[in-house]
Ligand binder design. Structure first.
Ligand code: G6P
Length: 260
């Protein structure tokens, strides 16, 4: 059996491929053109995070030792909860494996929804436990670009950001995306990029990431020759974790509007 069971959805101008492993959006064609980058060297064995597409970071963003980078959601097998002509909903709840890493009961639903000219991803997290807990996370989208070194992101110009590469608070001088880049940009929730507009809800920052050639060359699942072909623009809870009381929910959403 293929460990990466893939669900396909075709609706209007869109075609999607989503893996149950990680509820991971692997491919999105809009008007016949691929919008996401998936590494040629992505590990599709169902044992490691998949490089590219849209990984889900939950219940934490980044490192939380001794747990895995970006949490366990992207390496868990999700259930296909609902399938409609224009949407897919995946569901994940706690298991012995997740409780060993993070001792809290939860329900997470990932809804991928298509409208005529847009795609939205929404991760709704519910505390199903008896005690409050906190989480962070991200919708870690890898957008396909011709050359990241030429990318413009007008919304960043003049903005302060936490530069994870230097550990400093810096300001972007121009709209040109620097490479390498690993920046947490607080309160950036709407931006135009390439042919589309991104809108984030339930996030406290947008994370902008491309490792650049030197770091990519050390990554097992990125071919350095194609490391310039993506830019990650992530709807992230990366500043302050969200605290949920029993029964409470939080929705983290990224809407990608092709604006035609
Ligand atoms: O290699 P991964 O665990 O998938 O993380 C990939 C990247 O994710 C985010 O963008 C972080 O800000 C980066 O610091 C990290 O390198």
């Amino acid at each position: 059996m293929n460990p990466i069971e893939v669900i396909e959805l075709e609706h209007g101008l869109h075609q999607l491929r989503v893996s149950r492993f990680g509820a991971h959006l692997l491919s999105w064609h809009y008007q016949g053109k691929q919008q996401l980058w998936l590494s040629e060297l992505a590990d599709l064995s169902g044992t490691k995070p998949i490089r590219g597409g849209v990984p889900l970071c939950f219940p934490w963003f980044g490192d939380l030792q001794p747990g895995p980078s970006h949490g366990f959601a992207r390496t868990s097998l999700w259930q296909l909860h609902e399938q409609g002509s224009d949407k897919l909903i995946f569901r994940l709840t706690e298991s012995d494996a997740t409780l060993a890493l993070w001792p809290h009961r939860f329900e997470a639903l990932l809804c991928i929804e298509l409208e005529q000219h847009s795609l939205s991803l929404s991760l709704t997290v519910r505390n199903t436990d008896q005690h409050p807990w906190s989480f962070s996370g991200a919708l870690h989208s890898y957008f396909a670009v011709d050359d990241v070194n030429q990318c413009q992101l007008p919304a960043i110009q003049g903005r302060y950001h936490h530069d994870k590469l230097s550990g400093q608070r810096l300001q972007f001088d121009t709209a040109r995306v620097p490479v390498p880049v690993d920046s947490v940009v607080p309160d950036l929730h709407e931006m135009t990029f390439d042919a589309f507009t991104l809108r984030h809800h339930g996030a406290d920052a947008t994370v902008v990431w491309n490792p650049g050639l030197a770091v990519a060359a050390k990554m097992a699942d990125v071919d350095p020759a194609s490391s310039h072909r993506f830019l990650c623009l992530e709807a992230a809870i990366a500043m302050t974790p969200i605290r949920l009381a029993p029964g409470q929910t939080h929705e983290l959403r990224q809407c990608i509007d092709m604006g035609a």
